[in-house]
Ligand binder design. Structure first.
Ligand SMILES: [Zn+2]
Length: 332
């Protein structure tokens, strides 16, 4: 009983403070991080904030956030403000990571939460989503504006919600880089740029978690989201083990069939660093009919579901940031 009390009071300290001293004390008091982590209080994601972020990004005013447009510049400024307001540091002094996207001026929006452990802070976990979309297209029923609500204002808003929760918890031994990518729709250009930049700057990226199209619930599955490249690492089992209240993730055959592992912003990080780098998604090819269509509007996505996805993945994220280092599967 005494031991349990000790763990609980230490966990309260962690939740409120999270400084390196407290982390050390906590580890000494409890032995292992796997005993500590379940006691850390994770705040619930705010569905109204997620809805507001998606609504802004997918509004007609932003004209579908095509790379190089005025609309995507407005989106980038909004995201910079959100990262700043959440309390993240600009990545290497600048929230904007500029690059050239086939002649168009483009920028990833990147913030950082430094690690709290003297040694593990040199290991970086990148958590990302693309915020660009495809702009105008051939009209359907008189609407030519592809708003990109599900693709990928939803992933972007979920990364903001994760950043908010992690800032509040203030207990991440590894450093987190939050990367909102541009020019994904032009061929993963933003993530290729940042992954190459981080590689050339000799950053020690140990994992990358990406979020794509999480706006609608999956149909007929026990898990809430699938991960691409399911069998390439132990990510699924780490996330499922960390969350004791629900099954988080599984393998979707369609994701394998369409090789989604190579089709989003996780892939350049896998390529550069050869570490677990995977995408979480709930688009199952049956639950959303407006992929790259003008009908991909804010009215078609579900904010409480997105908040539930964030809540479901948070224990796994805490494990990856503090405890387990994800491993590539031996047979891949
Ligand atoms: Zn997308």
């Amino acid at each position: 009983m005494k031991r349990i009390m000790l763990i609980l009071s230490a966990a309260v300290l962690i939740a409120s403070c999270g400084s390196q001293n407290e982390v050390n004390k906590l580890e000494k008091a409890t032995g292992t991080m796997s005993e500590v982590l379940p006691k850390v209080k994770i705040p619930k994601a705010n569905a109204s904030q997620i809805a507001a972020d998606v609504a802004f990004l997918a509004s007609d005013d932003l004209e579908g956030r095509d790379t190089g447009s005025d609309g995507i510049l407005a989106a980038a400024k909004y995201l910079q403000n959100r990262l700043h307001e959440i309390g993240l540091q600009p990545y290497k002094g600048d929230f904007f990571d500029d690059f050239d996207a086939k002649g168009a001026k483009a920028f990833n929006v990147v913030g950082m939460l430094p690690g709290t452990d003297g040694v593990l802070k040199d290991e970086i976990v990148v958590i990302g989503a693309h915020y660009d979309h495809i702009g105008f297209m051939k009209a359907v029923a008189g609407d030519s504006l592809a708003n990109g609500a599900n693709d990928n204002a939803t992933g972007t808003a979920s990364v903001l919600a994760i950043a908010q929760a992690l800032k509040q918890i203030d207990f991440n031994r590894r450093t987190v880089v939050f990367a909102l990518f541009s020019a994904e729709e032009k061929g993963l250009l933003g993530s290729k740029h940042l992954a190459k930049r981080m590689k050339s700057e000799k950053e020690n990226v140990v994992a990358m978690l990406n979020f794509e199209m999480i706006g609608t619930p999956m149909v007929g599955r026990e898990y809430i989201a699938y991960i691409t490249g399911h069998d390439k690492s132990n990510m699924a089992s780490v996330f499922n083990k960390a969350n004791t209240s629900r099954l988080v993730t599984g393998k979707l055959d369609k994701a394998v069939e369409y090789n989604l592992f190579m089709r989003s912003d996780n892939y350049p990080f896998f390529n550069e660093f050869q570490v677990p780098a995977q995408t979480f998604s709930t688009f199952d090819f049956t639950n959303f009919k407006y992929y790259h269509q003008p009908g991909d509007e804010v009215s078609e996505v579900n904010a409480p579901h997105m908040a539930a996805v964030v809540d479901a993945v948070m224990p796994g994220i805490m494990a990856v940031l503090n405890n387990e280092r994800l491993k590539m599967m031996a047979n891949e």
